[in-house]
Design a protein around this ligand. Structure first.
Ligand SMILES: Nc1ncnc2c1ncn2[C@@H]1O[C@H](COP(=O)(O)OP(=O)(O)OP(=O)(O)O)[C@@H](O)[C@H]1O
Ligand SMILES: [Mg+2]
Length: 250
């Protein structure tokens, strides 16, 4: 299968800090993949570079065979690249349904069509019982579902999920995993940034690991979580060896 998204040697510096260093990756159409890495590794910055919210200092982004480096996010959204935000900011006073309909309007001028689409999406993410509430009345888990729904309503071909499971309890996480899988099964290519390893292990076919702005490993969830460089990036230098000595890791 062809790559839907290709990034070549992307770098971004904020002041003196190299947030993303020479990152390249290819995401095949139809896959569900993940980016993991410690806090501050550059994951969200990488999403912002992919989707056009910030411009890279160097490197290129190719989407569906087209060079989109530096293209504005709304143009990328029109072409089917959608991202969720780690910090969720719905229109608080509007209802859940109206919030989702905002996303649907990207491809639908008709109010009625957008609301019908919004209702279908609410069902897909399990928000049907909440659609008439103001977004401000939702719990954290509800807001995360709404963020996913708003993005899904734009009818993406590529969905970039930035920690949609953060802040959820184990039961809420267990409920969301099939929702994400269902989206991927419907044909949407999904790339998720995720700290919840249970979800990564359950969902991702391929994982890239970012640490201090650089890709340090990639492969199946099983292989990357046993990689000494990955363990050290999370736990500190020398920890892989220590865990091995203590028989904690294979
Ligand atoms: N707009 C910005 N201006 C200055 N520094 C920034 C900016 N955005 C991110 N950074 C810095 O770049 C680094 C990478 O941040 P980023 O948000 O991409 O990390 P992350 O991997 O998403 O982390 P987390 O897991 O905590 O969400 C951090 O040191 C962060 O403070
Ligand atoms: Mg982040």
């Amino acid at each position: 299968m062809n790559a839907l998204l290709e990034i070549h040697n992307l770098s971004k510096t904020f002041g003196g800090l190299k947030a993303v260093k020479d990152v390249s990756l290819n995401l095949k159409e139809g896959t569900l993949a993940a980016i993991i890495g410690p806090n501050g590794a550059g994951k969200t910055t990488l999403f912002a570079l992919m989707s056009g919210f910030i411009k890279p200092d160097t490197g290129r982004v190719t989407y569906a065979g087209k060079d989109i480096t530096g293209h504005a996010p709304h143009l990328n959204a029109k072409r089917g690249m959608a991202r969720t935000f780690q910090i969720v900011q719905p229109f608080a006073a509007q209802t859940v349904l109206e919030n989702i309909a905002v996303g649907a309007h990207l491809h639908m001028a008709s109010r009625r069509a957008a609301l019908a689409k919004a209702e279908a999406i609410a069902e897909q993410v399990g928000l049907t019982s909440q659609i008439d509430k103001p977004a401000a009345a939702l719990t954290v888990a509800g807001r995360k579902r709404l963020e996913l729904a708003r993005t899904l309503a734009t009818q993406p071909r590529l969905l970039l999920l930035d920690e949609v499971l953060a802040g959820l309890n184990p039961q809420e996480i267990a409920e969301m995993i099939p929702v994400v899988r269902g989206i991927a099964n419907s044909g949407v290519t999904v790339l998720m940034i995720e700290h919840v390893m249970q979800a990564v292990m359950n969902l991702a076919e391929h994982v890239w690991v970012l640490a201090e702005g650089q890709l340090i490993a990639e492969g199946s969830p099983q292989s990357v979580t046993q990689d000494a460089r990955v363990i050290e990036a999370y736990l500190g230098t020398g920890m892989a060896e220590k865990l091995k000595r203590e028989g904690v890791s294979s």
